[in-house]
Design a protein around this ligand. Structure first.
Ligand code: NAX
Length: 328
């Protein structure tokens, strides 16, 4: 039996947490032979801690053979102790009358504290995925607050956007989701993201040539993927949860276990390529092998794409400037 992997999850009593924890504990994220210890963080509020207790009772009732332990806490120093993987899901939602600027500030406070705690107590190889919004900037703040950890270990979730785009493309082309490769979602996890299927293939052939409908790309595909989160809220009355948890499982599974050469999108600190300033957490195409991701380099960026990539970058730069004073 392998030694257990410590997986920290924040916001564990929330909607996404409720879809996520059971899949991690059943082995869907790290493999059916990999025991896990869940280290769950929730705010100190009594209601949240009570709800977390209930979730843990349900985890117990599943009698998952791979679940080697559960820790529940309101202290990031406990939740992140020796963590191999940290899923930062909990974040401050936008309240009534709250401006985007205020939301950024509130979350900056959370992610500076959590970044510092990861820096102090997590495994030196901890793989961090930030799901809580604004995900890219929160990941940036956590990374900047953890100077002793490798920056490449801080990532933001663009995978839900990637999966949403994949599914739209499969429906449009009549091809199986699994047959489509080389899709990219550039930029910020926000409606400004740029899903780009110019390089996509289906069974080795160009998907763009197969679809051959630029009008559909601009007037249907891009807005549908960009506004999918809002469409789910309108239909369900609640934001995406099961699909977000599924994307988090996909992101970590691929990072740890590899993609076999297949491209996936991860929000990672830029190395300066594609004209994206170094350090900005930006969605790019990667492949994963042996627990490391490698950027796909050298893709040609045409004029329309450059415009879209700069647009989403400008939003990220604005967010970054908005929290700069908190990062020293
Ligand atoms: P919920 O409000 O249901 O749950 C969030 C939980 O986090 C709550 O239980 C809350 O008490 C807890 N929390 C808040 N601050 C915390 C802190 N400092 N430490 C520990 N726990 C804390 O939200 P849910 O629907 O689960 O969504 C969670 C986050 O994911 C939100 O920020 C949401 O915007 C974001 N999303 C990101 C997506 C992405 O693709 N990157 C997609 C889905 C989702 O919208």
């Amino acid at each position: 039996m392998k030694a257990p992997v410590r997986v920290a999850v924040t916001g564990a009593a929330g909607q996404i947490g409720y879809s996520l924890l059971f899949r991690i504990a059943s082995g869907e994220m790290l493999g059916k032979d990999q025991p896990v210890i869940l280290q769950l963080l929730e705010v100190a509020h009594e209601k949240a801690q009570q709800a977390l207790k209930g979730v843990i009772m349900e985890l117990d009732d599943c009698a998952f053979p791979l679940l080697a332990g559960v820790v529940a806490t309101d202290d990031p120093m406990v939740a992140f102790k020796d963590a191999d993987i940290a899923l930062l899901v909990g974040a401050r939602p936008r309240g009534p009358g709250m401006e985007r600027k205020d939301l950024l500030q509130e979350n900056a406070k959370i992610f500076t504290v959590q970044g510092a705690a990861l820096n102090a107590v997590a495994s030196r190889n901890v793989k961090v995925l930030v799901v809580g919004n604004p995900a890219n900037t929160n990941a940036y703040i956590a990374m900047k607050s953890a100077p002793d950890l490798p920056s490449k270990n801080f990532t933001a979730m663009l995978r839900l956007d990637h999966n949403r785009a994949l599914s739209q493309l499969a429906a449009k082309s009549g091809k199986a989701v699994s047959s489509i490769d080389k899709l990219v979602v550039w930029g910020n996890h926000s409606p400004t993201m740029y899903p780009d299927y110019r390089f996509a293939t289906v069974g080795g052939d160009s998907l763009k040539a197969l679809i051959n409908d630029e009008e559909w790309n601009r007037t249907t595909f891009l807005p549908t993927v960009g506004k999918r989160g809002a469409a789910i809220i309108e239909a369900r009355g609640l934001s995406s949860a099961a699909s977000a948890a599924n994307a988090a499982v996909d992101h970590i599974r691929d990072w740890v276990l590899g993609t076999n050469g297949k491209w996936v999108t991860m929000g990672v600190p830029s190395d300066g390529s594609y004209g994206i300033p170094e350090g900005v957490i930006y969605g790019v195409p990667v492949t994963c092998e042996n627990g490391e991701y490698t950027r796909i380099t050298g893709l040609e960026i045409d004029e329309f794409s450059r415009e879209r990539m700069n647009f989403t970058l400008a939003e990220l730069e604005e967010e970054r400037a908005g929290v700069a004073h908190l990062l020293g």
